[in-house]
Design a protein around this ligand. Structure first.
Ligand code: SF4
Length: 381
């Protein structure tokens, strides 16, 4: 037992709540007001009696239900059935939980996280090798209207410095050197006082190219500058809210930062913009695993829709998980072959060791079929 409670109970509650959310939406689409109201009442009762600290997944589902309620307000409400009381109750409950979690922001140690995950060694190895996202914090200090990840408002938990360092070391040892260090979070929100993201990443600057995109939280300019000075690539996601602030930072520091999303035409309705009607293409295109302070998941890309508003399906990894998706792109071989073309050519014997990942592999065969991707090691899956 720890801050986040019993994992099995938490996972089963998440799945149950997701099924309720889907039934709620199905009742709306099938224009069944009676069923819609009944399911909404079940959702609010479930939230009221659920675990005191709903995890990230569950809180996101509850927020999606509330957003759908408002989007279809005319249909969901009726003069004969008053749903404003349960709606307000759920709204208050969510607000109280935000406050409770922010009042006790915690740092998760590696052993606590690993024990809670309760995975076999080989499973944890597969998770690390195929990680596409390592979310260093839960929650986000911004609350962007267009957050395709439906990030929870306010930071609630961080990996401890030692835990984050251990994770990065394991990723590098597994040859997985390019995961995103953010998900439903801003990487520059991460800290374990007095250490900042710069203290965490600078020692790894020559071994990895972790992906970082930030909105530049207000008190983190110095951290950004330290990362920049140490040639650690960081992209800044630009919106109307931070455009001037970022321009001022560039001017005062005499630097140029890589920008993303700087467009008035960002056509990814998400978060509060979600209309729960249209199906959009996904912005997620990668298969793999996701590590967060609160859990471990398999990520399967989907179309962005009311069923999967984040453009992917997240499956909790448990002891029963026997299959892991292989991370889609792996440039280790590409890089090694480009930088060692003669060695690569001379090494083309069946069953030789791949120098990029130390995997035993039949190189000619791999070159013809799948030159850039290593098979997972160890369990033979
Ligand atoms: S900064 Fe990123 S993760 Fe945070 S709310 Fe905005 S879009 Fe979402």
């Amino acid at each position: 037992m720890n801050h986040f409670g019993n994992k099995r109970l938490s996972d089963s509650q998440d799945l149950f709540l997701e099924a309720l959310k889907n039934r709620f939406l199905a009742a709306i689409y099938s224009k069944d007001p009676e069923q819609t109201r009944q399911v909404y009442l079940q959702i609010s009762a479930h939230a009221r009696h659920g675990l005191p600290y709903p995890g990230e997944t569950r809180e996101k589902i509850l927020r999606q239900v509330q957003a759908a309620f408002l989007r279809f307000y005319e249909f969901v409400t009726s003069p004969s059935v008053n749903l404003s009381a349960p709606f307000q109750e759920l709204k208050t409950l969510l607000a109280d939980r935000v406050k409770a979690r922010q009042d006790r922001i915690c740092h998760i140690d590696f052993d606590v996280w690993r024990n809670r995950a309760d995975l076999a060694f080989w499973q944890l190895d597969r998770v690390i090798e195929n990680a596409i996202t390592v979310q260093l914090t839960s929650g986000c200090s911004h609350f962007c209207r267009r957050c395709n990840e439906w990030a929870l408002p306010g930071v609630r938990a961080h990996f401890s410095f030692a835990a984050a360092r251990t994770l990065l070391e394991r990723l590098i040892a597994a040859g997985n050197t390019d995961p995103a260090l953010y998900g439903a979070s801003d990487p520059l929100d991460w800290k374990d006082d007095p250490r900042s993201l710069a203290d965490l990443l600078i020692p790894f600057a020559h071994q990895a190219q972790f992906s970082l995109i930030t909105k530049v939280p207000r008190k983190q300019k110095q951290v950004l500058l330290r990362l920049h000075e140490n040639n650690i690539p960081v992209s800044v996601s630009i919106t109307d809210k931070n455009r001037n602030r970022v321009a001022a930072l560039e001017a005062s520091a005499g630097i140029h930062l890589q920008k993303q999303h700087d467009s008035n035409d960002l056509l990814i309705p998400a978060g509060l913009d979600e209309d729960f009607i249209h199906i959009k293409s996904s912005i997620t295109d990668a298969y793999g695993t996701e590590v967060t302070p609160e859990g471990i998941f398999i990520i399967i890309p989907t179309f962005t829709s009311a069923l999967y508003p984040m453009g992917h399906k997240k499956l909790p990894v448990t002891r029963k998980t026997s299959v892991f998706p292989k991370k889609k792109s792996d440039v280790r071989h590409c890089w090694w072959i480009i930088s060692n073309p003669w060695k690569w050519w001379g090494n083309q014997t069946p069953g030789s060791i791949c120098p990029a990942c130390s995997t035993f592999r039949w190189k000619i065969f791999c070159w013809i079929t799948d030159p850039w991707i290593c098979p997972p090691r160890g369990c033979g899956t």
